[in-house]
Design a binder for this molecule. Structure first.
Ligand code: THU
Length: 149
């Protein structure tokens, strides 16, 4: 699947929209994510916190779990937007995916290639990188292939 500039912009827009679903009464840091899978579907998510803080799930994983559960298990691109509650546009920081989310996304790399990661401050201002750049020398399903030989 070719990732067009239009699709990137759409993912960023959807991540902003998804951020509205954040449940973050403890950190008040609201994160939204929009994930494109190889079948052309888009899955969105937001961070959902918990009074037992460690039980919190990040926005990226909310979206990834929904995609994987739906059978869409090849990730092409993910847009992420995160900032403290109430912040607008340029006040927002670039919130890169946390380490656990990088590993979680890595499970669903496309057959060939990488996952594009878009990190946005505003709908028109986003940076682009890749999962391999964010998580080099990663551990993945192939490392456990010996179990199936
Ligand atoms: N968070 C995410 O949703 N994604 C990340 O990649 C980093 C952190 C959330 C978790 C928690 O609800 C809040 O941001 C502050 O850590």
């Amino acid at each position: 699947m070719v990732l067009t500039e239009e699709m990137k912009a759409k993912l960023v827009k959807e991540a902003f929209e998804a951020r509205r679903g954040s449940y973050s009464p403890y950190s008040r840091f609201q994160v939204g994510a929009a994930l494109l899978t190889s079948d052309g579907r888009i899955f969105t998510g937001a961070n959902i916190e918990n009074a037992s803080y460690g039980a919190t799930i990040c926005a990226e994983r909310t979206a990834a779990v929904e995609a994987a559960f739906s059978g869409s298990r090849e990730f092409i691109a993910i847009a992420v937007v995160g900032s403290e509650e109430g912040s607008e546009d340029e006040e927002m920081a670039y919130a890169y995916p946390c380490g656990i989310c990088r590993q979680f996304l890595r499970e669903f790399l496309p057959q060939t290639g990488d996952v594009t990661v878009l990190v946005a401050r505003t709908p028109d201002n986003y940076r682009e990188t890749t999962l391999n750049a964010l998580l080099p020398h990663s551990f993945g399903p192939q490392d456990l292939d010996y179990l199936h030989q």
